[in-house]
Design a protein around this ligand. Structure first.
Ligand SMILES: [Fe+2]
Length: 243
């Protein structure tokens, strides 16, 4: 079976957050993602009014540029839009005003926190997202210090319906020893739902998923690798329930 990836977390759209800074850089990132094997790609610019708040018009314009390039050069690469929302209690107002988006217009919402945010805050936030009618996808779950060795809370979050995403780079050590250890432990415990690139640039945070995919295939086999890199992210993009 050919290796095909669905990447639902990246900062490849240019000029809208701390990801690609120019159109050229965005096109290089799209080339790299395609050649690595990605065929379904959801752009998720950061959103928080105090840190990142590109207007929907700016995002749509960058998306159109990406689409025009891809439809010419890589007709089998499908592009989608979402946001990576930096959680705060007023998040549902931001969604209603369409300043930020769920993943491909589904109920799935990609949300992140500061790496030092408190456990209680993260747990309450996920519950709040669920109570507001969304399904939270917790971005790079391995990078929050407060969730370290908190198996009970992690299990509780999962029971409520939180989806756990980890960054490919974490598993291979790109975010240091702690993130590597935590991501591998989560994987070992069967807690990980999907792996994404969280790509920002070509230098230190590239869109490559393949090395991580090989790592999973070698350690856990192709069935799990395909689930984490393609099937589960596709369920999200289609708005389907899964587990
Ligand atoms: Fe991100």
């Amino acid at each position: 079976m050919p290796m095909v990836f669905a990447d639902i977390h990246c900062h490849i759209l240019f000029g809208v957050d701390d990801g690609a800074r120019s159109e050229q850089e965005m096109l290089e990132l799209l080339d790299a993602a395609y050649h690595d094997g990605t065929r379904e790609l959801c752009f998720t610019p950061h959103y928080h009014p105090a840190y990142f708040g590109a207007s929907p018009e700016q995002i749509d314009a960058a998306f159109q540029t990406a689409n025009a390039y891809v439809s010419q050069k890589y007709p089998d690469l499908h592009l989608y839009l979402g946001s990576e929302l930096r959680y705060e209690q007023s998040f549902s107002d931001w969604l209603k005003s369409k300043r930020c988006r769920t993943l491909n217009g589904t109920e799935y919402l990609l949300a992140d926190f500061l790496s030092g945010d408190a456990l209680d805050m993260i747990v309450k936030a996920m519950l709040n997202v669920i109570n507001c009618g969304y399904r939270p996808v917790l971005a790079h779950v391995e990078r929050y210090e407060a969730l370290q060795k908190r198996q009970e809370e992690l299990r509780q979050l999962k029971t409520w319906g939180t989806i756990f995403q980890i960054d490919a780079q974490s598993l291979l050590g790109g975010f240091g020893y702690g993130a590597k250890k935590r991501s591998r432990r989560l994987l070992e415990e069967g807690m990980v739902d999907l792996i994404a690139s969280d790509a920002h640039d070509m230098q230190s945070r590239s869109p490559d998923l393949r090395p991580c995919y090989y790592y999973i295939v070698k350690k856990y086999g192709q069935t799990l690798a395909r689930r984490l890199f393609y099937e589960n992210p596709m369920h999200i993009l289609r708005g389907e329930a899964f587990r």
